[in-house]
Ligand binder design. Structure first.
Ligand code: ATP
Ligand code: MG
Length: 421
């Protein structure tokens, strides 16, 4: 871990223990440190009540007082300092409404989700690890603290966290934990879509998305959530055969596009689903545009016979680039490259890439004339005709039929206008 962060956290722990309290590093930072992974933040657990924490550290923010959490600033770094607590009264399989402060660190560790997340480290360098978390780290296993059914009953989100940790860390899941998950999977219906989405993105955008998706498929979890997921675990497992390249895609947007493509979603269906799943608008729109390029591409590729040359295919591809954007077209070509066997029309990809790279204009903004130029050159009132004319000129300039040159474009506009009248 970053030595400055560790030192700052250490100073907080020293001040707490000097004041007669117990205090430890806890949770994700210990797990990641023992695994030799980067530690992004350090949480502290303490016997001190929130009021004591606040009086010992003037620079603090009461971020979650009702849960016993105070954010302490040390060296301008934020640390969550949380009082030992248990949780009870899990209404509706969600987070508890009541927390009770307790005196024993072991009681605090008992409320945590997995053994690997239930380890403390003291100033003396000794681990407090009552549930065998260090051993599970060595065995690379996700295991619930206590009885899995009960823990998933309390908070159904833990089932997704289980799959998220297993896939991001490359761990297995202990037998009893997995059995408990299968028995309690219907509980996911109680969890807010945003929280499910937050775990799902970490699975899909993490280092082993395929592993995570395979576990999601075997668990059948997604179909049981609040958000619509119109596929079964078997559908997802079948789609996974087309997803072997998903982990190599660097962009989160393209991973989602590949997944929705492999599931057979239309662009409009994907858009609706992502809206319901609370995706950020930019990701949702970007994925939908990639899938629209796909629709144009597959239709054109299906008709591009080997003999008739790719001229017609090229025209249709460039039209799709102009309609849905060069970025979406680039995205679609990257997806094809990630598909087993190169995807539909794989043989056309090298040409398409070249056409795209060579396109002299990629949108109306690049065109050497504006609608205003055309209206005054033709001495006509702007109207629907203008948009159509601009699109025709754009396609001609984009495909190299016409130079992207003001005079040439206006002459062509006059010619077309003359024909029309
Ligand atoms: P990361 O921050 O990398 O996701 P983390 O382990 O720090 O990993 P957080 O969600 O930040 O995960 O939670 C901090 C700690 O709080 C966890 O290590 C775990 O001990 C506990 N915890 C978090 N969420 C839950 C939950 N839903 N049920 C029980 N314990 C939880
Ligand atoms: Mg954390």
């Amino acid at each position: 871990a970053d030595p400055l962060m560790a030192e700052a956290a250490g100073r907080i722990i020293i001040r707490l223990t000097d004041a007669g309290h117990e205090a430890y590093w806890v949770g994700g930072c210990i797990r990641d440190e023992l695994l030799g992974r980067p530690v992004h933040d350090m949480d502290i657990t303490t016997s001190a009540k929130p009021e004591s924490v606040m009086s010992l550290f003037p620079r603090c923010v009461p971020t979650g007082l009702q849960h016993g959490t105070v954010t302490v600033l040390e060296d301008d770094l934020p640390f969550e300092v949380t009082t030992y607590r248990t949780e009870s009264g899990y209404a509706d399989h969600r987070r508890p409404e009541t927390v009770t402060f307790v005196m024993e660190v072991k009681e605090d560790l008992r409320r945590r989700d997995f053994t690997i997340n239930a380890i403390c480290l003291g100033l003396d360098g000794r681990l407090i690890d009552p549930f065998g978390g260090a051993e599970d780290l060595r065995r690379r296993l996700i295991r619930c603290v206590g009885k899995a059914e009960d823990r998933f009953d309390e908070d159904a989100l833990r089932m997704l966290r289980c799959i998220r940790f297993a896939s991001t860390l490359g761990f297995g899941v202990a037998k009893n934990t997995w059995r408990g998950l299968l028995r309690r999977r219907d509980g996911l219906a109680h969890i807010a879509v945003e929280r499910v989405y937050a775990e799902l993105t970490r699975i899909v955008e993490g280092p082993r998305p395929l592993t995570g998706l395979a576990m999601l498929a075997r668990s059948g979890l997604l179909a049981r959530g609040k958000a619509p997921f119109p596929w079964t675990g078997e559908d997802l497992a079948a789609a996974a055969t087309g997803l072997t390249g998903i982990g190599e895609l660097g962009s989160a947007l393209l991973r989602w596009a590949l997944l929705l493509h492999a599931l057979g979603a239309t662009a409009d269906a994907a858009d609706g689903l992502m809206r319901a799943w609370t995706f950020p608008g930019a990701t949702r729109r970007g994925v939908a545009q990639v899938l629209r390029v796909r629709e144009a591409w597959t239709a054109a590729a299906a008709e591009a016979g080997p003999g008739d040359g790719p001229a017609d295919f090229r025209r249709r591809f460039l039209a799709a680039v102009l309609a849905f954007g060069a970025e979406a077209a680039e995205g679609w070509l990257a997806l094809l490259a990630a598909m087993p066997g190169g995807g539909p029309g794989a043989g056309l990809v090298p040409s398409a890439r070249r056409w795209l790279d060579e396109m002299p204009v990629r949108g109306l903004a690049d065109l050497a004339v504006t609608g205003g130029d055309l209206a005054s050159a033709l001495d006509r009132r702007p109207g629907p005709w203008l948009g159509e004319l601009l699109q025709a000129l754009l396609l001609a300039a984009a495909s190299g039929v016409l130079p992207n040159d003001r005079t040439a474009l206006i002459n062509e506009a006059k010619r077309m206008n003359h024909h029309e009248q």
